[in-house]
Design a protein. Structure first.
Length: 190
């Protein structure tokens, strides 16, 4: 029971003090769950991030659910998921009750402009850490470079292309590389 409370309060704290959504939570989840508490490894965190991005639902909730499941089974996943969701729910509920025009308040608008910048930096920090920890194989570097260049071109020219298309293209490239490598291994055995 103690571990369930620890999971709940750890993810409650992450949910309470992280603005900007799931991507902004990734560095904090990694810091606490990988480096401080050692519940998961760096490789698991990278895998969780990729899987959580590829599956339906918010990335932070998917990460919390996985960590909780790994640490304490189904009840751990429930505790971690509730922990990460509850702060946002409570804050939004309070705002909806007490402040009709919360976002029209000048100092709130200014605070959110500052938060947007910090969130962007947190997301870039998470991406840089993941790139540093990933394998440095030529194919992975090429896929990363092409995806980055495609995203930049899409943004610069304001094209309406879903990032899902880029993710699927990268997945197809990875599968093709795997099949080629497997076939080469089978040929070498003959």
């Amino acid at each position: 029971m103690k571990e369930l409370f620890e999971l709940f309060f750890t993810f409650f704290r992450i949910g309470l003090f992280t603005f900007g959504g799931g991507y902004a939570m990734i560095p904090l989840i990694e810091n606490i769950c990988v480096e401080k508490k050692e519940w998961i490894t760096h490789d698991e965190m990278m895998n969780i991030t990729v899987i959580a991005e590829s599956t339906p639902g918010p990335i932070a909730i998917n990460c919390a659910t996985y960590v909780g499941l790994k640490k304490k089974g189904v009840w751990g996943s429930v505790a971690a998921t509730l922990g990460v969701v509850l702060p946002s729910f409570i804050i939004i509920l309070l705002i909806s009750f007490f402040l009709d025009r919360f976002l029209e308040i000048k100092w709130v608008q200014s605070a959110f402009h500052g938060i947007k910048i910090a969130v962007g930096i947190l997301i870039v920090d998470a991406a840089v850490k993941m790139i540093k920890k990933s394998e440095k194989k030529p194919l992975y570097i090429i896929i990363t470079a092409i995806a980055f260049a495609a995203l930049m071109l899409i943004n610069v020219f304001s094209l309406k292309v879903s990032t899902i298309v880029l993710m699927l293209a990268a997945a197809v490239a990875g599968l093709i590389a795997y099949l080629i490598k497997r076939r080469a291994g089978e040929e070498a055995k003959k």
